[in-house]
Design a protein around this ligand. Structure first.
Ligand code: TRP
Ligand code: SF4
Length: 380
C-alpha cells in the first residue's frame, strides 16, 4: 500500500467526505469499508457500461434492488448534488446513473444540497439555486432525465415530515460515533450529515408510500454518509416495546470511481483546466483534450517500440467513461495504443473531435431543457 493511498484512506476513514480527492486502490477500499464488489452484478447489468466496465466498482445491498426488480416491487433511487461550480464530466456520471435507474423504473428523488453548500462551501442560498437550476438540473434533463416519477427539492425548502425525520435521526446517533466517522466536528458538519440522512431515508415516509428499497448512486467519497444513514435506519426502525420511530429499510448504494483530471491529478471544480464542463464551448473543450496528460512515452521511437499506456491516460479515460460505448471499438483503441500503432497526437485529435461533437449535440438540447428545469422548480 503506497503512502499516498494510506493518506487518502485515513482521510476517508477518519475525516470527512468534504476533503477527499483521489483514490489509488479501489480494491483496498472495498475491503477496508466492507463495501461489496460489483463483480457479481456485471452480467446482470451488462447493458450499462459503468457497471460492465467496473467504473461503478462497489455497492452495498444492491441485492435488495435486484429483488425489487425481479418481484416487480416499487423501489426508489435517491441522490443529491452539491450546487457549487460548473457541471462537469465527473458530475455527468451521477446523472447517467440516475437516468439509468430511472429507466429501470425507480421512483426518482434528487436533492439540491443547498444547506450543505451554504454550511460547508460558503455558497449563498441564491447562488445555490441558480447553479442547481442552470448547471445541474438543465444538464440532467438534457442528458435524458425524465420528469416522470421525479421529486426534486432544495434542502432548505421542503416538506415538514422531512425536517421531522432529520430531527429524529439526530436522536439515533452519538457524538462519538459522528466523531469516529467525520473526525473533527463542526455544527455545520453535523447538520449536513443529518440532513443527508434525512435526504436518503425520506422516500420511505408515509407520504411517499412507506418503506421501500432505496438505492443511492454516489462517488466513493460519500460512503461515510451511507454508513451513518444505514446505522440510523436500523435504529429508527428497531422495535422498542412494540413501537418504532420510523419503519424503514437501510439504504443500498452504488459507488463509482473518480475521474482523473485532464492535467493529471484529480478532476476538480476549483481547477478549470482539469475538467470539461458540459456547457463549455466545444472549442475550448477540444483544446483541453489536445493538451491533456496522456500515457504516451517520452519519444516517438519509444512509443512505437513499447506502445502507450492507456491505463494511465486521461484521454483514454474519456473514451472509457463517456465517448465510446461499444466495447469492441474501445478495445481496438486500447490495443492500437498499447501496440504502438497510434501516437498520442493523432489519438488526442480523434478524442477532441468526439468530445466536441458530444458537447455540441448536448448543448443543442439545453434551451428546452432549461425551460423544463425552470418549470420543475416552479420558476417559469
Ligand atoms: N453530500 C453530497 C455531495 O457532496 C450531496 C448530497 C446531499 C447527497 N444529500 C445527498 C448525495 C443524498 C447522496 C444522497 O455531493
Ligand atoms: Fe492515451 Fe491515445 Fe496516447 Fe494511448 S495513444 S496514451 S490512449 S492519448
Amino acid at each position: 500500500m503506497g503512502e499516498d493511498y494510506k493518506e487518502v484512506l485515513c482521510k476517508m476513514n477518519k475525516v470527512d467526505p468534504w476533503s477527499v480527492s483521489e483514490v489509488k486502490d479501489y480494491g483496498k477500499l472495498l475491503e477496508e469499508f466492507g463495501m461489496s464488489s460489483i463483480e457479481e452484478y456485471k452480467k446482470r447489468f451488462d447493458s450499462f457500461h459503468y457497471i460492465r466496465r467496473g467504473i461503478i466498482f462497489g455497492h452495498r445491498d444492491l441485492g435488495k434492488i435486484v429483488k425489487a426488480l425481479d418481484g416487480k416491487k416499487p423501489f426508489a433511487m435517491m441522490t443529491g448534488l452539491m450546487p457549487s461550480g460548473r457541471f462537469h464530466l465527473g458530475h455527468k456520471m451521477v446523472a447517467d446513473e440516475i437516468i439509468w435507474f430511472q429507466s429501470l423504473g425507480a421512483e426518482t428523488f434528487i436533492c439540491a444540497a443547498d444547506v450543505e453548500s451554504y454550511l460547508m462551501r460558503d455558497i449563498s442560498f441564491e447562488n445555490a439555486r441558480e447553479t442547481a437550476l442552470e448547471e445541474y438540473l438543465a444538464n440532467y434533463i438534457a442528458l435524458g432525465l425524465s420528469e416522470k416519477k421525479l421529486h426534486f427539492w432544495f434542502q432548505s425548502d421542503y416538506i415538514n415530515p422531512y425536517y421531522r425525520l432529520r430531527d429524529m435521526c439526530s436522536k439515533r446517533v452519538t457524538f462519538n460515533e459522528l466523531k469516529a466517522i467525520y473526525g473533527e466536528l463542526t455544527p455545520g458538519k453535523i447538520t449536513s450529515a443529518l440532513t443527508q440522512a434525512a435526504d436518503i431515508l425520506h422516500p420511505q415516509l408515509d407520504v411517499f408510500g412507506g418503506p421501500k428499497p432505496t438505492v443511492v448512486p454516489v462517488g466513493a467519497d460519500q460512503d461515510p454518509h451511507i454508513r451513518l444513514t444505514r446505522d440510523i435506519a436500523s435504529r429508527l426502525s428497531a422495535d422498542r416495546a412494540g413501537c418504532r420511530d420510523f419503519d424503514c429499510i437501510p439504504p443500498s448504494a452504488t459507488y463509482h470511481k473518480f475521474m482523473s483530471g485532464l492535467t493529471g491529478g484529480k478532476m476538480s471544480s476549483s481547477d478549470p483546466k482539469s475538467y470539461i464542463a458540459l456547457r463549455e464551448d466545444p472549442a475550448s473543450a477540444s483544446k483541453k483534450v489536445l493538451s491533456a496528460k496522456t500515457g504516451g512515452r517520452e519519444t516517438f521511437e519509444e512509443q512505437k517500440k513499447k506502445g502507450g499506456q492507456p491505463e494511465s491516460c486521461s484521454v483514454y479515460e474519456l473514451y472509457l467513461y463517456h465517448l465510446v460505448k461499444d466495447d469492441l471499438e474501445l478495445s481496438k483503441i486500447y490495443h492500437e495504443c498499447g501496440g504502438g500503432e497510434i501516437m498520442c497526437g493523432e489519438c488526442k485529435k480523434r478524442c477532441a473531435k468526439m468530445m466536441s461533437d458530444l458537447l455540441s449535440e448536448h448543448q443543442r438540447k439545453i434551451p428546452s431543457a432549461l425551460k423544463r428545469a425552470q418549470k420543475l422548480i416552479g420558476k417559469t
